[in-house]
Design a binder for this molecule. Structure first.
Ligand SMILES: Nc1ncnc2c1ncn2[C@@H]1O[C@H](COP(=O)(O)OP(=O)(O)OP(=O)(O)O)[C@@H](O)[C@H]1O
Ligand SMILES: [Mg+2]
Length: 255
């Protein structure tokens, strides 16, 4: 094992991804350190979800290399996906399955366990994300938005993954619920030693939970560092994004 593998959970080099004539990611490179919470920002349609899905192995790439926890991700592998902790942007739960069955889904897909053990794990994961055992028999339609996100998170944690991929986990939540969710991510990262790769538009998340923030523009990572450094970036898109009206207050707070 090389030094890099010790230090980095994810290494992306010269990644090229496109669809038809469209190039979405254009020689993109990015390192995610072990144990950090990395926030990814970028324009809508800029390729954030595509980057996440490519790292996971769900989208084939045209060029470049990707390593996750020291293992190269094959250009066309799809198999690994269920073993990672993933909360998709359209992270719908299976509506015909109960909360318990949703959390157990990755276990059923990947392991052979007794029903008793599966139940124990499901309850433990639900408690880990701040839900109660009695929520286990509810159906997704009976949950609030915040609870739905927590169940999706419990499902993502089912297989004790070393890395958690979150695509806009707090979108659609009110600021208090979003803040609670952020605090939960931070707690899980600390207690489980997780590496977290989080796509987010949420400025509060970026300033309070992320160790570093990466900005995606023109198919590349154009700035990466602690939020403080991103606020100093000279890159036109990054400046426009963080120095817009809505972020003036936050910016002020950071000084
Ligand atoms: N499976 C696909 N087939 C064809 N084009 C796709 C596919 N997935 C994404 N794209 C295109 O890739 C580009 C990047 O999409 P992506 O979903 O990564 O944006 P995003 O940065 O996550 O945006 P948002 O902030 O709105 O979620 C878009 O132009 C999109 O239409
Ligand atoms: Mg997206």
């Amino acid at each position: 094992m090389s030094e890099h593998q010790e230090e980095f959970a994810i290494r992306v080099r010269d990644l090229v991804v496109g669809f038809g004539r469209q190039t979405v990611l254009d020689h993109l490179s990015l390192d995610v350190r072990r144990g950090e919470i990395l926030g990814l920002v970028g324009a809508s349609g800029g390729g954030k979800s595509v980057l996440m899905r490519t790292i996971i192995g769900l989208i084939p790439r045209r060029g470049g290399t990707i390593e996750v926890m020291g293992e190269p991700i094959g250009g066309r592998t799809r198999g690994a996906a269920t073993a990672w902790g993933i909360l998709f942007q359209q992270g719908a739960l299976f509506s015909s399955l109960t909360v318990r069955q949703n959390v157990q889904f990755p276990l059923r897909e990947n392991l052979v366990l007794s029903p008793e053990l599966m139940d124990e794990i499901a309850i433990a994961k639900l408690e880990m994300v701040g839900l109660r055992a009695q929520d286990a028999d509810k159906y997704p339609a009976e949950l609030s938005g915040g609870m739905t996100k927590r169940v999706a998170l419990a499902r993502a944690l089912a297989l004790d993954p070393p890395i958690l991929f979150l695509d806009e986990p707090t979108s659609g939540l009110d600021p208090i619920a979003a803040g609670d969710f952020d605090a939960l991510i931070r707690t899980l990262q600390k207690t489980l030693g997780l590496t977290v790769f989080m796509v987010t538009h949420d400025l509060a998340s970026l300033t309070t939970v992320c160790d570093r923030v990466a900005a995606l523009a023109d198919g590349k990572i154009v700035a990466i560092g602690p939020m403080r450094e991103l606020l100093q970036s000279e890159h036109p898109w990054v400046r426009a994004y963080f120095h817009g009206k809505r972020s003036q207050m936050l910016q002020h707070e950071m000084r």
